[in-house]
Ligand binder design. Sequence first.
Ligand code: HEC
Length: 191
Amino acid sequence: MSNKGVVISMAIAVTVAFFGMSLYAVAGEGMKGMMMDPYIPKEKVMKMKEMMMKMKPDTLEAATMRGEKMFNNPKLGKNQTGQSCATCHSGGGSIGGAAEMSWKGMKMKVAIPTLKGAAVNFPAIRGPMKRIADLGDMNNMCIMTFMKGLPINKNMRPAVDLQAYVASLSKGKRYRPGGMKVVPTPVPGAM
Ligand code: HEC
């Protein structure tokens, strides 16, 4: 390498090192800002404790009641059909008969199962695609397919509330994942 070459590569090395270090320093400052000070002032800790003491703890009963309200709400999922879950699963059971759905351009009938004792069967294989589904998936499937509404975010409390109500219809039943749906009044030709 010529002398000129050595000088140029040294200059490049110094520049890279300098910028590298300053970037590191900037990142370090940023990290400091992002990290919480592990020493929270005592007054602040006391205030947080006070707030937690005042918070009313949620209960399964309260969640179940919120879920039951959702179950009977004809506007659930902003649906346009005016149906609630109870329209087909009256009182958590089944009104009998079948509901219509279309799949790949085909119209098909699907027998309406009772939800009494249904929750213990999940996860289970359901639907024309024979996919594995959990209880929250089934609740959303009914909202989207039959009620033509928007699904409920499964990571949010309302989805759990609705599951709590549906699960309350299986109280005392044995858990048996993979179980079949129960149709009180089978309909010929229905899935
Ligand atoms: C238009 C009628 C209709 C409405 C409204 C309806 N469902 Fe369904 N539901 C069905 C049918 C039909 C099935 C069977 C689907 C299948 O076998 O793939 C079903 C299945 C289910 C299942 C699974 C039961 C099992 O054992 O496989 C659950 C849980 C369920 N519905 C909950 C709900 C909830 C919650 C709502 C309201 C958000 C709702 N359904 C609204 C008709 C309806």
